[in-house]
Design a protein around this ligand. Sequence first.
Ligand code: CIR
Length: 256
Amino acid sequence: MKHARRIALVRRPASTLAEGQLTHIERTPIDARLARAQWRDYVAALEAEGWETREVDPADELPDSVFIEDAVVMFGDVAVVTSPGAESRRGESAGAAAAVGGLGVTVHRLELPGTLDGGDVLKVGNTVYVGQSLRTNAEGTRQLAAIVVPLGYAVVPVPVTRALHLKTAVTALPDGTIVGYPPLVDDEGLFDRFLAVPEAEGTAVVVLDEQTVLMSSSAPRSADLFRERGYRVVTVGISEFEKLEGCVTCLSVRIR
Ligand code: CIR
């Protein structure tokens, strides 16, 4: 299949990575060298699958800046630079705005008191599920809706109380099936087609193309489930980012 454009924004890990935010899990030591190697492997996996990667300027003083997905959300040729919900992450927006500014897309910015992390935004076709979490509030959701509803999207707020972000709990396969780890999902009934996965790390899939998903090597049984459904699964080790409540989606912003 020929793709007109497949660009992924990535942001290399800060030297302060180990100080990243933690909400639902205990802090365990981060192996900084392994984190850098895993990040390079993640970037290499995207490139091997035909994605051109572009680096957002690194931000060493921002521990969570590697989780670039939270700082900007793409809707076709429209970029929404977010207003991060954690105070320690607010500085990430400037670099994200500069990066999308160079892509020739329309750029919008969310503003306080609205807060929204990209990890709470799950697009499935024209539906935009927005997790109402500790990071994303009603005003942030309202500002996002004001931008994307005129573009033809429907915004559906969903409660997120058992996970950091909506996409920590659920993501979507290329056919639109929502995949989630039930203990992390507030209400499976909100989704038309829901497939339960057996591992917490198995909820996060990056759609690389209609046949292929990228996911964490920490979830081999979930990977088998996706293979049984006919998908090709590319796996990457991201243990050091999982220790910081990161997942495979949050390490890039895909522009297609
Ligand atoms: C945080 O708490 O903000 C980071 N330590 C992890 C962010 C993960 N982002 C994501 O799932 N989209």
